[in-house]
Design a binder for this molecule. Structure first.
Ligand code: FAD
Length: 379
């Protein structure tokens, strides 16, 4: 039986899973309709922040996020070694700040919850926060320091992962949209937009927010993902301004990269596939950023964009076998796709290579929405 895996979609998930597979000796052909790495993954901020983003109702997702963060440094080193490129993994930590009484109360509630869950976090006064990040607004009264929440330059990471994938022998077809997936237990196939049919041993759908547009899957096997729009803007650091940590305010976050970019985000809008950058969106981000780090006022703006987060109905990813024979899926990573890259890539590669599902994947079976089988365990 052919053991080649056909991957549809070259974002962080498709590229990283492809890299893991080829590194371990499984042949992979990856189809990307545009340039690899330029979809939602390119639009992200690169925060690896399970502690700051812990949700009161999402504890099983927190466990997966945390596990993925634990794996990030090794994963980054492997990609760097295979590509010869630096991905700018930064471990200074994250500051969550409050800028008025309401947000200070919300911050206190979050801190209490984080402590209850045993997270490694510190409560700081405004003065203590400014000691480690001097450009924070003088009027900020409180902050939570999350030393374990790191970040990466997602754009560099994507370029490195793409290079690493090819360096390890992966086959990449760019400008090659897949139109149809043809399920089959032994020889599933994909059909590209120019009519070529390619057969493999298994198919992995990793087409992000566009995963449900593929023809050939039954309605039960189609992933229930929807786009959630996020507008972003990018500033350029200029002396004497400086920022070392990711700073998260009530209405905007700032993620400083080592090449001088400061990525600011993000709105959260249910606007279908619309990616228009609006005056109102940018205004909200600039105001939210300026309130917590007023020194951004004089910085040049050098890029604005909007991306589409792939959100499932329960906001957790869909990872594992679908109801369609020979077809697996890794999508629906919503706000955490960069963070969740190592655990997704490693566990999906294991499933595709050996047929074994780890306990990490079980709660996130794509079949949990179809009402047929809920587990990743059965074939
Ligand atoms: C504004 C914003 C900020 C974010 N910030 C963060 C953050 O700080 N940290 C974090 O962890 N996550 C963040 N995210 C979320 C993260 O970006 C996503 O969860 C992640 O990028 C999803 O990766 P993906 O590989 O599934 O999708 P994508 O990167 O979109 O990759 C899918 C690829 O499939 C291709 N494709 C689609 N259809 C086809 C087809 N038919 N044939 C061939 N190819 C196809 C697309 O062109 C695309 O390249 C953010 C998202 C947004 C929008």
């Amino acid at each position: 039986m052919e053991d080649r895996v056909l991957v549809v979609g070259g974002g962080t998930i498709g590229l990283a899973t492809g890299f893991e597979l080829v590194r371990q000796g499984t042949p992979v052909t990856l189809f990307e309709r545009n340039d690899a790495g330029r979809g939602t993954s390119w639009q992200a901020a690169g925060m690896l922040a399970p502690d700051a983003e812990i949700g009161f109702e999402e504890l099983s997702l927190y466990g997966l996020n945390r596990e993925s963060l634990r794996r990030w440094p090794d994963f980054a080193r492997r990609v760097e070694a295979a590509s010869g490129m630096d991905v700018d993994y930064r471990d200074e930590g994250t500051l969550i700040v409050a800028d008025d009484r309401d947000s200070a109360e919300a911050l206190r509630r979050l801190f209490e919850f984080q402590e209850e869950q045993g997270l490694d976090v510190d409560w700081l006064t405004g003065e203590e926060a400014r000691e480690i990040e001097p450009f924070l607004a003088p009027r900020l009264t409180a902050a939570i320091f999350c030393p374990s929440d790191h970040q990466v330059d997602n754009r560099r990471f994507l370029e490195a992962t793409r290079t690493a994938f090819e360096a390890e022998g992966g086959t990449l077809h760019e400008q090659t949209p897949v139109e149809v997936v043809q399920p089959d237990p032994d020889a599933p196939a994909v059909v590209t937009a120019d009519g070529e049919r390619v057969e493999g041993g298994q198919v992995l759908v990793a087409a992000g927010v566009w995963s449900r547009d593929l023809d050939g899957l039954t309605p039960e096997a189609q992933p229930p993902v929807r786009p959630v729009k996020g507008q972003m803007l990018q500033l350029r650091r200029k002396t004497p301004f400086d920022l070392q940590h990711v700073v998260r305010g009530p209405d905007a976050y700032l993620a400083p990269k080592s090449d001088g970019r400061i990525v600011m985000g993000a709105t959260s809008e249910e606007m279908g596939f619309d990616t228009t950058v609006t005056a109102g969106g940018l205004y909200d981000l600039l105001e939210g950023g300026w309130e917590v780090v007023p020194g951004i006022y004089d910085l040049p703006v050098d890029e604005t964009w909007a991306g589409l987060r792939p959100a499932s109905r329960d906001h957790a990813p869909l990872l594992g076998r679908t109801g369609a024979p020979g077809v697996c899926m890794a999508t629906g990573h919503y706000r955490h796709g960069i963070l969740l890259t190592p655990v997704t890539a490693e566990e999906m590669a294991r499933l595709l290579r050996t047929g074994e599902t780890s306990t990490w994947l079980e709660p996130f079976s794509p079949r949990r929405f179809s009402g047929t089988q809920s587990s990743n365990v059965s074939p």
